[in-house]
Design a protein around this ligand. Structure first.
Ligand code: HAM
Length: 427
């Protein structure tokens, strides 16, 4: 006989989300969905894996993510696929494929996969809540998208959140700026961290984001892109800042905010949760991307969006001590039945159809055991059906929250059960 094998565990860097955490997840997602609908967004669901090319062109072969973090695989027909590492490229691929009328405003809730070194707030599978708007470069949309996320954080109880904002300009502003930055870095390369002394040429912009004190010291004196924007990009950015100011959203200008994907231009932003540790305190980020649709074979189309990590949002809520529940997820009714009669199953079904969250015991357990389950279930009402009630065609309705035992319990006919429960609710 073979040895019993050790029980399996979820893969490294992934998590099961079970009750009670799952109820908070559900509340966070429902709050986001509600808010997105209020801003005119509709849900988009795209596959969990895409043609590898979507990400090669979407996020750039040179990006750190593409080189080190992608889950790439071939299927049986030797097609090359990748698990989605982020949500924007798939949504833009879907936009190009289905050409919905613009502006197209969609929201999503989807897992992303990145082969990173797992630590608190950094996982190999994480979930993002996000939105994308395609088909307009109106700065009012940048403001609206940021306002949606800003309001969402407030709605779920977070208060220690800062909005960092920057503009990456468009391709021409950036090319000119990269030349200036490269001249500066050439002069200072001896002071850079060892690995960056050689590597900075591959992507000079990313160096601005490096948290190493030596690199930060060098780049503190570097020219900043925000001071070298063309007139159009400057004006776009000024309108975004003015729009945010007009609706009372505070932002911190962050000239070093260079986000990790090649597709960004113009407005880029991140929300930092001050209650979390620095390296993993980004609870959401996004920006404009105006070439992605073309890269994926569609017409030139402006886009903007963000992704917000659910796990980090939950960590931030915990760190801030937010306890407010977002959704009511408790039972209304628990049916205690010692008869096993089929009519009781019909009663349970009728209660559920009428909108009451209803549960029952299984396995013909004793009255005492079932009452214990009813008490533990958190239900407001227990419905008791014993042989007596069954013979009389009645049900005992017990208010599990009542302090006065005399009024806690009444017998009603089967036909009156729903109205008896309604009367209890109205108390
Ligand atoms: P991102 O900044 O890479 O942007 O990810 C968005 C958010 O996902 C982060 O702010 C963070 O909250 C969360 N996140 C990222 N990686 C991890 C991880 N390994 N573990 C846990 N949480 C993580 C994007 O993905 C862009 N697609 C956002 C966007 C949409 N830009 C425009 N449209």
């Amino acid at each position: 006989m073979s040895e019993p094998s050790a029980p399996f565990r979820a893969p490294v860097g992934t998590h099961d989300v079970l009750e009670p955490a799952s109820a908070i997840w559900e509340g966070v997602v429902a709050t986001f969905a509600e808010r997105a609908y209020r801003y005119g967004f509709t849900l988009a669901i795209t596959p969990i894996f895409e043609d590898l090319g979507v990400f090669v062109r979407g996020i750039g072969e040179q990006s750190e993510m593409f080189r080190n973090e992608m889950y790439v695989f071939s299927d049986r027909a030797d097609r090359r696929y990748a698990l989605r590492p982020e949500g924007t490229a798939p949504v833009v691929r879907a936009f190009v494929q289905h050409h919905p009328t613009t502006p197209w405003k969609c929201w999503y809730f989807a897992p992303s996969f990145r082969y990173e070194r797992p630590q608190k707030g950094r996982y190999r599978q994480h979930y993002q809540l996000g939105v994308e708007v395609l088909g307009t470069d109106d700065p009012a949309v940048d403001v609206e998208v940021i306002a949606l996320l800003h309001g969402f954080y407030r709605e779920i109880g977070l208060s220690r959140v800062r909005l960092l904002i920057n503009s990456m300009g468009h391709a021409a502003c950036r090319a000119h700026y990269v030349e200036l930055l490269s001249i500066y870095l050439e002069e200072h390369q001896a002071e850079l961290r060892d690995e960056h002394r050689e590597l900075w040429r591959q992507n000079p912009l990313r160096l601005l984001d490096c948290k190493d004190p030596a690199c930060a010291e060098v780049t503190s004196g570097a020219p900043m892109l925000i001071d070298h924007l063309c007139d159009e990009c400057r004006s776009h950015f000024d309108q975004v800042l003015a729009g945010l100011g007009a609706i009372g959203i505070k932002s911190v200008l962050s000239p070093r905010l260079v986000r990790g994907f090649d597709y960004y231009n113009r407005t880029t932003f991140e929300f930092a949760a001050d209650a979390l540790e620095g390296a993993q305190n980004a609870i959401g980020g996004g920006g404009r991307y105006d070439r992605l649709a073309e890269e994926l074979g569609g017409p030139a189309t402006s886009g903007i969006g963000f992704g917000a990590g659910v796990e980090r949002i939950l960590l931030a809520r915990e760190a801030e001590g937010v306890e407010t529940a977002l959704l009511k997820r408790t039972l209304d009714v628990f049916v205690v039945d010692t008869t096993g009669d089929e009519s009781v199953a019909a009663l349970v079904e009728a209660l559920r159809d009428a909108g009451y969250a209803t549960d029952r015991a299984y396995d013909r357990r004793s009255m005492k055991a079932q009452m214990k389950l009813a008490g533990r279930s958190g239900a407001r009402v227990a419905l008791l059906v014993g042989p007596d009630e069954l013979d009389a065609g009645e049900v005992t309705v017990r208010d599990l929250c009542a302090s006065d035992f005399a009024t806690a319990q009444q017998r009603v006919t089967r036909a009156d059960v729903l109205s008896a429960i309604e009367r209890l609710w109205a108390r």
